[in-house]
Design a binder for this molecule. Structure first.
Ligand code: C2E
Ligand code: CA
Length: 790
């Protein structure tokens, strides 16, 4: 209220307050006029010089109107007054004045001024030219940089219209359009040409935004100007040269393309349409690898790496045309490096279709490496492949077989039926042989009636004789050629890497030698090189035959070996171990025949017999040794077969043996295959109510942690560790470790092959549950374990 009323006062010219009204007193910060009287006006001035100038003026002019004076109030706060003062008539020493409080307005003005000067400082330091224009495009404000840019002084620019600086009617139109847009409140960025005072034309990038007043109305716009003349010039130069190159590219019959390092196509010339059938627009942004024969992708990737080091490179690769056919291309590439980082950024390639040339070359190559008649690889290519395969076999530690095949009576065919028939027979046999071998094997024709086969990746050298037998069988089938039914046979020599040689030459010679032995032995046969191998092959064959009749002739029997609890030393179980009493070989142990039985699938009936026999015997011993369980071994291959479960069920039913008394030993190798299947087979077996344990633990790929996932009851520590108890600290450590871990998994631990008291003592001290071994009892025939003295 006080501030809206004028203050009225009288004081002496040197400042002493004589009287004032209440409004005046309030302005100064006092309660009532009387409080103000001791005051001297000089005390209220912020700047005394201002007061002196003011009084000077009053003395001179006698009356002064509307002067702003800056005072401070009683409490020190700012006070701005708008004063009108005159000297009282008749007394030159007395002043009369009126005052209005304009503090609020003044404070607002100062704040504005401060922020404005801060804003100015920012604007003047800007790298860009800044201009403020009104709604018609007339400059209101420009910064120094803008002046420099255009070569005018600030005074020359303010008040001028933007249009006067523009160079072309197009730009004027553009500028108007943008000004109008700003009036509607939108902001944007554009480029136009501006003419400097000296006539030079600049390309300027303008960013404009509407300028609003306090009421939110658009009063003009603020524009930031960036001189982009230099950039524009290089762009244009680039475009010019690009134009020239593009012309070249457009008319070239070669395909010119640009790709980035990752293989994304940036540009291809129109030649791509005639060469590959694609439209230029099909390709941009796609990967070159999409259009490439997968085999050649690696070549191209390598080429990219090479380009990063070398400037240019020429190489060929296969491209897939739009219609799916393939074309050979030869590309000459140049790498383009970034000027800044020096890294390869782009590759420019000039490519041409060289399919015709390639076909020609390939044809020549094919002829050089293949046999004309049969189209099979020839001797040269075969040696080549053999060399490569040997290098691989060496690294993979895998056997490799070389078969040398010679037809037995081919000469007769030629002599009696003529060469044409002979040729056709060779062709027919070549086809047949090719179909017998695996795709990854190589068959070659190395002489008139000689072929060689390279069989790599064999799982065992025994496989080689299987391949040889297959070839013999297929060759001996009659062939119909030009209405003649012809029967031929072959003699085959087999050489195995590494047994019969480690080099191309030695293997070829060995196979050749073996082939002659086959001929001598009466033809239509295969021979291995080494006597040992021939013996092994022969043995295997006769074992196979003998095994087939062994079950019928009741040549198998079971021996039982006891298992003991280590705490009470009571017999806890009996393991059934298979024995074969062969009429011509004597007693055989499992190691001597199980592998062959597995290979020939004889293992299935054998396992069935074992289970029945063992369960029957275990049911019998329940009278005298109740609760003593039966352990039956199961081979890895059996374990993978579904019939196992059914076999066990039948054996249990037949014998009436309590399922809880049957335990199956699974070799750790089979168990550790550890796939879903293994676990589900195990679950299926456990459902019958029988027990499972993992045999030979510690050998092969045994892993204690994977035991956790198996539904099993126990583990058996392999004989090898038990045998090492006295000498090997690490064996002792392993045994203890297995026992501790198995305890945690609640698995029973059985030690196998205990032969000495010291081993037994150690196992007991470690807390092992159960043991088995020659010290405690050898495997014995059923009658022997039943007799009371055992
Ligand atoms: P395994 O399951 O580890 O069986 C224990 C083998 O260790 C038996 O040999 C046994 O005679 C032998 N042995 C036991 N205690 C000692 C000892 O203190 N010292 C020594 N040096 N050896 C001891 P066997 O009977 O020759 O059996 C060998 C393997 O043949 C068995 O190893 C088992 O994996 C397999 N096998 C035995 N019978 C069968 C069967 O009916 N079916 C299948 N699939 N495999 C069987
Ligand atoms: Ca066993």
């Amino acid at each position: 209220f006080a501030r809206n009323v004028a203050g009225v006062y009288r004081n002496t010219i040197d400042g002493r307050m004589l009287e004032c009204n209440e409004a005046m007193a309030r302005m100064l910060g006092y309660e009532k006029p009387a409080d103000v009287l001791p005051l001297n006006a000089k005390d209220s001035y912020v700047d005394l010089r201002e007061r002196e100038e003011f009084i000077e003026r009053v003395r001179r002019e006698r009356s002064v109107n509307a002067v702003e004076v800056h005072l401070h109030r009683r409490d020190g706060g700012p006070l701005w007054l708008l004063e009108s003062v005159h000297i009282v008539d008749g007394d030159p020493e007395i002043l009369e004045g009126t005052a209005l409080d304009i503090t609020d307005r003044k404070l607002a003005e100062t704040a504005l001024h401060e922020s404005e000067s801060r804003y100015r400082a920012v604007i003047e330091q800007m790298r860009e030219g800044l201009a403020q224009v009104d709604n018609d495009g007339v400059f209101q404000f420009v910064n120094d940089r803008f002046c420099d840019m255009l070569g005018y002084t600030r005074e020359e620019l303010i008040g001028r219209n933007t249009d006067e600086l523009l160079d072309s009617p197009d730009d004027i139109a553009l500028s108007h359009e943008k000004t109008a847009a700003h009036r509607r409140g939108s902001s944007d960025q554009y480029e136009l040409r501006m003419r400097r005072k000296n006539g030079r034309v600049l390309w300027v990038e303008v960013g404009g935004a509407p300028l609003l007043d306090a009421g939110g109305r658009v009063v003009g716009s603020v524009r930031i100007h960036d001189d982009v003349t230099e950039r524009r010039r290089t762009e244009e130069a680039l475009r010019d040269s690009e134009m020239r190159y593009r012309l070249l590219a457009d008319y070239s019959t070669d395909m010119i393309s640009r790709v980035n390092v990752g293989g994304t196509i940036l540009y291809t010339s129109p030649a791509v349409t005639s060469l590959l059938g694609f439209d230029v627009s099909d390709l941009a942004g796609r990967s070159i690898f999409d259009f490439m024969n997968p085999v050649d992708r690696e070549v191209v990737r390598l080429a990219t790496l090479t380009l990063a080091r070398r400037g240019t490179l020429t190489f060929s690769f296969r491209v897939v045309r739009r219609d799916g056919t393939e074309a050979w291309f030869e590309a000459t590439c140049r790498g383009i490096k970034s000027a800044v980082t020096g890294k390869l950024t782009e590759i420019v390639a000039v490519s041409r279709d060289i399919s015709e040339r390639k076909r020609f070359e390939e044809n020549i190559e094919f002829q050089a490496y293949h046999d004309d008649l049969t189209g099979l690889p020839n001797r040269t290519l075969f040696r080549d492949r053999l060399t490569v395969a040997l290098a691989y076999a060496r690294r993979a530690l895998r056997p490799l077989a070389l078969l040398f095949i010679d037809l037995d009576n081919f000469k007769d065919v030629n002599d009696t039926l003529g060469h044409a028939v002979g040729d056709d027979l060779l062709k027919a046999l070549a086809l047949r042989l090719s179909s017998v071998i695996r795709a990854e094997d190589t068959i070659a024709r190395v002489g008139g009636d000689e072929f060689t086969v390279l069989a790599a990746n064999l799982s065992s050298s025994v496989d080689a004789s299987l391949v040889a037998q297959k070839i013999l069988d297929s060759v001996s089938q009659p062939v119909v050629v030009r209405e003649h039914e012809i029967s031929v046979t072959a003699s085959i020599g087999v050489a195995i890497y590494p047994d019969d040689g480690e080099l191309v030459e030695t293997l070829l010679t060995s196979a050749d030698d073996a082939m002659y032995q086959a001929k001598e032995s009466g033809r239509n046969a295969y021979k291995l090189c080494t006597p040992a191998m021939n013996r092994r092959a022969a043995e295997r064959l006769s074992l196979d035959i003998a095994l087939r009749s062994a079950i019928e002739h009741q040549e198998f029997s079971l021996h039982f070996q006891p298992l003991f609890r280590l705490d009470t030393m009571a017999t806890s179980g009996m393991e059934a171990l298979l024995r074969w009493q062969s009429p011509d070989r004597g007693q055989l142990e499992p190691a001597q025949f199980l592998a062959v039985a597995e290979e020939t699938r004889m293992i299935v009936p054998l396992a069935e017999w074992t289970l029945r026999e063992a369960c029957a015997k275990a049911a019998l011993w329940q009278d005298t040794r109740p609760g003593v369980r039966l352990t039956v071994n199961v081979s890895p291959r059996q374990f993978q077969h579904n019939e196992l479960r059914q076999m066990i069920i039948e054996a249990l039913e037949e014998s009436k043996l309590d399922p809880a008394l049957l335990e199956i030993d699974i070799t750790s190798g089979a168990a550790m295959l550890h796939n879903e299947r293994t676990i589900s087979v195990m679950r299926g077996l456990r459902e019958i109510g029988i027990r499972l344990s993992v045999d030979d633990f510690g050998t092969g790929q045994s892993s204690l942690t994977s035991l956790r996932d198996f539904p099993i009851d126990g583990v058996k520590i392999d004989r090898a560790f038990v045998g090492g108890i006295e000498q090997s600290a690490s064996d002792r450590a392993i045994i203890c470790g297995v026992i501790v871990m198995a305890r945690g998994l609640e698995l029973r631990v059985t030690a196998e092959g205990v032969e000495t008291q010291a081993q037994l003592d150690f196992l007991r001290s470690c807390g092992c549950d159960e043991a088995q071994g020659f010290l405690l009892g050898r495997p014995l025939a059923f009658d022997a374990i039943r007799s009371p003295e055992s």
